[in-house]
Design a protein around this ligand. Structure first.
Ligand code: ZN
Length: 417
């Protein structure tokens, strides 16, 4: 299984994942409880638990005091000391890196300003590989074995091959990112760690669903608030990817004929009206340089916009309210098609949220077909600029449970059950 994304599995591998997932849901729990929850017989569960313990994924955690009669059962929990998963997001002006343990606790969360747009594809790929290499050998992992790396890119992605098909705001086309990263990591002496490449908005949606403030909302849309605007869509808790994996490109909804030019070559797209680049040009026009905004510019200009809006500066407030209105119109289209229960606005939309959100909600309700936008709530993310990286790391951990990622090898021979 070269890709680490899918493959044929034995029944035993499938069952190891089932038991791992059940212990995650029920812990602390006994082997007998795992057996009754999964429908597997007790002997099989004991053997699978022994196997998972040898791989450092499950541990025993004391005795069951709830049990009144008979021999008290030993309780099981996830072992958080053995493995880690890493998520990295590359965006126009930063790299974000998150590592989590088996319990989804953050071990590393770093934000690195990086001007990916000016750096170009080759230098960016090298920088990503170097950052991954540093993270995978970081003492903050506490010696845990990395089980996988997820790389989020604001782009159309061919996930099976890990190729970036088109990233308009980065200027990348047909970049075999996974293959290049595996090659560069090998040069750094790191081999055998599966690498996946996914769209930043899809992974942001995973993060919101798994660990965000509104976790568990099964029908949700996550909107990235970067130079581009992408949407990650979950319906019934499952990602909606579309036939070619390109679903959710709300940034290129053509909202205003003959509107401002968009990086895609079109005009009047949502992100040309309400992407962070477009917002800053209108909100703090005297501070925006007469060239494409570089990595360093964006975060600083967002701060200026927040400061001026807070002081009630009319130019800034008007611009933010206009952008919020366009955002609401774009969301109305999304709401009409997918009927989400929740839309989470992420990235730079978060600091600008106090001004964007009221007109956004108003316009969504006014223009969506269903009354009150079908009951859809529009909220701000609590995960900030690390949402996609967090989502990638989280998705890797859940892939272990789902049997979609190879389990770490046993550290000691498995005792016979
Ligand atoms: Zn466009």
């Amino acid at each position: 299984m070269a890709s680490g994304t899918m493959g044929f599995q034995t029944v035993r591998e499938t069952n190891l994942g089932v038991v791992l997932r059940t212990v995650r849901e029920l812990a602390p729990c006994s082997r007998a409880e795992v057996a009754s929850a999964t429908g597997l017989n007790k002997t099989t569960v004991s053997s699978l638990v022994t196997d998972l313990m040898s791989r450092g994924l499950v541990r025993e955690t004391g005795r069951n005091s709830r049990q009144r009669v008979g021999r008290p059962g030993v309780l099981l929990a996830l072992d958080d000391s053995s493995i880690a998963a890493v998520g990295l997001e590359v965006n126009v002006d930063y790299l974000s890196v998150v590592a989590v343990d088996l319990l989804q606790r953050e071990l590393i969360n770093r934000h690195v300003p990086f001007d990916a747009r000016s750096a170009g594809a080759e230098e960016s790929v090298r920088r990503i590989a170097h950052t991954l290499g540093t993270t995978l050998t970081d003492p903050a992992l506490g010696g845990r074995t990395p089980v996988g790396v997820s790389v989020a890119v604001p782009a159309l992605i061919d996930s099976p091959s890990g190729t970036v098909t088109h990233a308009p705001n980065l200027g990348w086309r047909n970049l075999p990112l996974r293959a290049r990263l595996l090659e560069l990591l090998r040069e750094e002496g790191i081999e055998g760690v599966p690498v996946r490449v996914d769209n930043d908005a899809n992974l942001g949606a995973v993060a919101e669903y798994r660990v965000g403030s509104f976790a568990g909302t099964a029908d949700l849309a996550y909107l990235t608030g970067e130079v581009g605007i992408g949407a990650g869509l979950l319906t019934g808790g499952e990602p909606l990817r579309g036939a070619g994996g390109f679903a959710g490109e709300v940034g290129h909804l053509p909202l205003l004929p003959d509107g401002p030019e968009c990086a895609c070559g079109g005009r009047g797209c949502l992100e040309a009206l309400a992407g962070i680049d477009a917002i800053l040009r209108e909100a703090v026009p005297d501070r925006v340089p007469d060239r494409p905004l570089s990595g360093g510019d964006i975060a600083a200009l967002v701060e200026v916009a927040v400061e001026r809006a807070g002081e009630g500066d009319a130019t800034t407030v008007d611009a933010l309210e206009r952008a919020g209105g366009w955002l609401g119109r774009g969301l109305a289209v999304l709401i009409n098609i997918t009927n989400p229960g929740l839309v989470v606005l992420g990235g730079y939309f978060v600091p600008l949220g106090p001004w964007l959100l009221p007109p956004c909600r108003r316009e969504a309700v006014a223009t969506a077909f269903a009354p009150q936008a079908g009951g859809c709530r529009i909220e701000l993310s609590s995960l900030g600029l690390s949402a996609a990286a967090r989502g990638g790391a989280t998705a890797m951990i859940h892939s272990l449970d789902a049997g979609l990622l190879p389990l770490p090898e046993p550290r000691v021979p498995t005792a016979p059950a």
